[in-house]
Design a binder for this molecule. Structure first.
Ligand code: URA
Length: 255
């Protein structure tokens, strides 16, 4: 593995990271594609053309260019999207020692925290950040950021129940706002709904569905604001791209 500036390689110590990782953290491309770009001579560091994919550099200190364009300096802010698996707590600690969603953020050295919560048994889209204002606006009901869920209930859910979910239901802690609910499939065995809500009361989707007389057997959050899960595998995470972070900021009036 090549180290840029061999003379001070020791001093550069742990700060140096593989260029492919830097390009992926910067949201420019995947690590695999970055290696292809390096091999095909598209990447320069401090004016030197790279030819070895293993080369390391310090992001923010070394000048890293792709096709002659300098990549942006690292942001102090991190924004991640995890496809949360079943059986993980969306918190930073758990008195019962259950697995934590942060256990899945293997390469993340900075402290980030989950943006809102998904239940232990809910899967899907969960953001992490260290940007307090962003997290606050994503989750505060005043900003009405839509969250979309795929909800599986046993048996047939009738149109009246769907209409009640659309209208909003009464829960012990107050009524919910309207939801956008549509039926994806309906059979004697199970029905699958797509529900979009703009607030995040505790266990809101499960409680709304229970309030209209059904139980939830499977719940996945598939979208949040402008972002969808896409083909991210369960248990994997990725950095949000700059355009995605900006789109979310626009949605909540931060820019
Ligand atoms: N609504 C729920 O009931 N559970 C979740 O995890 C998220 C939304």
């Amino acid at each position: 593995m090549t180290e840029l500036s061999p003379k001070n390689a020791h001093a550069r110590g742990e700060q140096a990271q593989r260029i492919n990782r830097i390009l992926s953290l910067a949201g420019i491309t995947s690590r695999r594609k970055a290696d292809d770009w390096i091999r095909s001579g598209r990447v320069m560091v401090n004016g030197r053309l790279l030819n070895e994919p293993g080369t390391r550099a310090i992001w923010g200190i070394d000048r890293i260019c792709v096709d002659g364009q300098e990549i942006p300096k690292p942001s102090a802010r991190l924004y991640l999207l995890l496809n949360k698996p079943f059986g993980y707590m969306s918190s930073l600690s758990d008195p019962q020692g259950r697995p934590l969603v942060t256990d899945l953020l293997k390469d993340i050295l900075q402290r980030v925290y989950p943006v809102g919560r998904l239940d232990f048994d809910t899967l899907g889209l969960l953001f992490f950040t260290n940007d307090g204002e962003w997290a606050h606006r994503m989750t505060h009901p005043r900003f009405q950021v839509p969250r979309t869920y795929k909800v599986t209930v046993p048996g047939i859910i009738n149109d009246e129940s769907v209409a009640l979910l659309r209208k909003g239901v009464q829960l012990p802690d107050g009524s919910t706002v309207r939801s956008k609910t549509s039926v994806i499939t309906r059979s004697a065995r199970q029905s699958i709904l797509r529900m979009t809500i703009t607030e995040g009361k505790s266990r809101q989707v499960r409680r709304m569905v229970e309030a209209v007389g059904h139980s939830v057997v499977h719940l996945i959050r598939t979208g949040f604001g402008k972002i969808t899960l896409g083909d991210l595998k369960v248990g994997e995470y990725r950095h949000l791209e700059t355009v995605e972070v900006e789109a979310m900021k626009r949605l909540v009036g931060m820019v």
